[in-house]
Structure formats: C-alpha cells, structure tokens
Design a protein around this ligand. Structure first.
Ligand code: ZN
Length: 457
C-alpha cells in the first residue's frame, strides 16, 4: 500500500487554483444536462462505468476547466462548453476525464470539492437562478462555501499520466464509433493560446499539462482509428450551439450577448440567445415574442416550452405559465427539473387542486433526486398551504439536510417526529434523519460549532 502511494505521488502533484474555480457555484439546467448526459453516457459505458452512477455537475465559470473527483463526480465549467467548437471536442474532453475516473486518478476531494459535489445549492433552472441571484438569501445558497476559502486545492496530473489517459480516451471514442480528432484539435488550439496568454485563463491545462510528445502520441493514435473521419451530426452541432447560446444568454451581461449574437444573425441559436438576453433586461414582451417564434417553429421542443413558461412565471403570470411547463413535462417526462418548474408554477397559482397536483410532481422528482433541496422547499410550501404542518416540517428537515444545514435539519425533524402519527412512513423518516445526524460525529461537531457561533438572546 505504501509503495502504491509513493508511486501515485509521482504521477500527481498538488496545484492550487484561485477560488474562482468553484466560487461561481453549480448550476442546473434541464437542456444542458440532457445534452451533456446524452453525449457522456456512451463514453461512461465504454469505460466500464455505470452511466447512472456518474454525476455530471456544471459549474458557472467562464474559465476553461473540467475535472473529476471521488464518488464518480465529473465537473464541467460552462467555459469548456462555450469554448468547444464542435460536440466532438467536448466529448473528447469528457472521454479524457472519464479516463481519469476509470483509471482511479481522482483528486483527493478536499473540503471545497466535497461541498461542491454535494447539492449545496438550491436546485433550479438556469433562468430562475439568474433571476434570484440579486437576492442575498438566494445568493447565499447558490454560491458554494468554497468562495470563503480563498484557494481550492486540485491535483495536477503528470505528462506521462496525461498521455496514458489520452490513449484511454481514444479507446472510448473508438468503442463508440467516434473520432478522436476533436480532442486533438482542442489541444492544438489551446496549446498555442496558452503559451501567449498565460495559462491562468485555462486552468484545464494547469492540471492537464500539454506537451509535444503527448500531442504527437494522440495524433498517431487518432490517425490509425477507423473512425478518424467521422463527423458530428448536424443535429449534435445544433444542440451544442443552442446550449452555448443559452449559457451566454443567461450568464453573460445582456450587452455582451447582443454583441456576440447581433440582429443580423438570424440563426436559431442567435435568436435563442437574444430572447434570453431580453428576458434578462426585463423586456418581457419582446422576450415572449421571440421565444414564441421559436416555439412556433418547434412546438415539440421541451426547452422552448420551459423558457416560455418561465418568462410568464417570472412576470407574475403563473396561471398562463402552467400549460407551457405542463407541455415541457409531457415532452420530457424523465426530466426532474422540468417537473420542478411545473410544480413551482402550479403552487404559485394558489389553487387547492393545483397544489395537490404539485405535491404529486414534487414527490416524483424527489424520488429521482432525493438531494434536490429546492424540491423539498417547494414541497414544504405546498404542505403549509394545505395546512399539513407536520409534513411541512418534515419537508423542511429534508431540505436542510440536503443543503448540509444539520442543525436546522435536526430541529425540524425532531418537531416533525413529535407531531406526526407514530409508525407512519413519514414519522419513521423524520426519526431516521434525527438518528443519522445524532450518529455522525462530523455532523455533531458542525452542530456544536454553529451553536457556539449563534448569538444568545
Ligand atoms: Zn488529464
């Protein structure tokens, strides 16, 4: 074991990156997640991993980075998505990261990464996230605790390990009938940039060092692949442009979006980006008009329906929003985030029948994503409106637990245990939360610390 550790240390050296690597927090978006998931799953399977066991997290950060941590977590910065010229490039990077994951070259998760890999944030659509970013309470949960730490420790792989991982990535690309050219192009393009602009903009190449030998070895391997000249489908190219437009529209200042996607560009991604930017500057009428046009072109697009519903919802028209979110869920019933948006709109109508329907949707999505703190929050709101206060307390306990706020989780779980009828499944769950928290020494320490910090009155 000691020998192994010593060898492993040769491969991997410590690298400290600015906190910006995680400071922007995780984001959730049904469309971006669906697209990256569809492209990643075949690669995961080719690597012998169970695709459903690998978590993909998107970090709102324009710098270019991708990394993996223990627990089969893959992190993609929005910057790596927007910098990819083709899906093949992005899939190549994902294949390389999968190589690290399958090879067990995982960064030892320090606290910051552990925090980021847990659902610490309110889980919500990208647009809703952007809309609440100005509110301090919401921002506090959106931004991960990492920001306070100043620096995040990552591990830099050695060039030798990088070359081996490229070969693994190429194996996965071949096994799925895809070309390795994208990964090669990506390296060549950024190698040149990196030399002249300083590497800080490209944290990816700090942890994944490039070298001529590495690039040459990949080149040889890519050239010998029978799939070398396989191109991305027009549909996949379009999907990449759409998620890039969405990232820019939601996360860049609107003026930047209008500059990057000028009126003269009448492509669908450009109109998507401008519609989102108009929504960002509260030009609701214009945004609805533009999304309405997209929707007329593709009524079956779940994400156009979602966005139209979202703009209506944000402008206080929950009643009208419901049908669009409903349609989005019908088109993608497997998407927990689309269901969450629907539930949120239903609750906002404040009609008893709608709230009952919302509870059904929330329960279903929470089975899929038990750590979805925003889902638990919405469920607690629904139960409160229904005057089911003990259940509301249990849902609040679940929400706090999912966010890692154990003191609050314990307090609400204890109150729920007292109020819920004994031996029901809900009572047992409240009891379980109390027991789990009481049994974990790390959690006990956290509770003790936060009790000390709290001012006494
Ligand atoms: Zn690497």
């Amino acid at each position: 074991m000691r020998v192994f550790s010593a060898l492993f240390a040769l491969f991997i050296t410590v690298l400290v990156l600015p906190a910006s690597a995680l400071a922007q927090g995780l984001i959730r978006d049904a469309e971006i997640e669906a697209v990256t998931r569809d492209w990643s799953n075949p690669i995961f399977e080719a690597a012998g991993l169970r695709a459903q066991d690998v978590n993909i997290h998107i970090i709102n950060d324009g710098s270019m980075n991708a990394f993996v941590t223990r627990g089969q977590n893959m992190f993609l910065h929005t910057g790596i998505i927007t910098n990819a010229e083709t899906p093949n490039e992005l899939i190549g990077v994902i294949a390389h990261e999968t190589g690290h994951m399958a090879g067990g070259h995982l960064a030892r998760s320090d606290d910051a990464i552990k925090k980021a890999s847990r659902p610490m944030i309110l889980t919500m659509g990208l647009g809703i996230l952007a809309a609440v970013a100005g509110a301090p309470d919401a921002a506090a949960v959106i931004i991960s605790g990492a920001q306070k730490n100043g620096a995040v420790t990552f591990f830099a792989y050695t060039r030798v390990l990088e070359a081996a991982t490229d070969q693994a990535a190429e194996n996965f690309m071949e096994a799925t009938g895809q070309s390795g050219k994208g990964l090669l192009n990506f390296f060549q393009r950024f190698r040149y940039n990196e030399v002249f602009s300083g590497a800080t903009r490209y944290p990816y190449f700090l942890s994944h060092p490039l070298s001529s030998a590495r690039i040459n070895a990949l080149q040889t391997r890519v050239d010998s692949s029978p799939y070398r000249d396989v191109e991305d489908s027009p549909e996949d190219l379009h999907k990449l442009k759409m998620i890039q437009a969405k990232i820019v529209g939601f996360l860049k200042p609107p003026q930047t979006t209008f500059n990057l996607y000028p009126e003269t560009d009448t492509s669908q991604p450009a109109r998507y980006a401008r519609a989102i930017a108009n929504y960002q500057i509260a030009s609701t009428k214009k945004a609805l008009e533009q999304i309405g046009e997209l929707l007329a072109e593709e009524p079956e697009n779940p994400y156009f329906n979602e966005l139209y519903g979202q703009v209506l919802f944000e402008s206080g028209k929950a009643d009208q929003a419901v049908q669009y979110h409903q349609r989005a869920v019908e088109l993608r019933p497997d998407s927990p985030l689309l269901r969450l948006n629907l539930a949120q709109a239903l609750i906002a109508t404040d009609r008893a029948d709608n709230i009952e329907t919302a509870v059904g949707h929330l329960k279903r999505l929470l089975l899929q994503e038990p750590g979805n703190s925003f889902g638990w929050y919405e469920l607690s709101v629904s139960y409160e409106r229904q005057d089911k206060l003990a259940l509301a307390k249990l849902a609040t306990a679940e929400q706090a637990y999912a966010m890692g706020d154990y003191l609050r989780a314990l307090s609400f779980a204890q109150r729920a245990t007292i109020e819920l009828p004994q031996s029901t499944p809900e009572w047992r769950r409240a009891n379980d939360i109390t027991l789990v928290i009481a049994a974990d020494p790390r959690i006990r320490r956290q509770i003790a610390q936060s009790r000390q910090r709290r001012p006494r009155h």
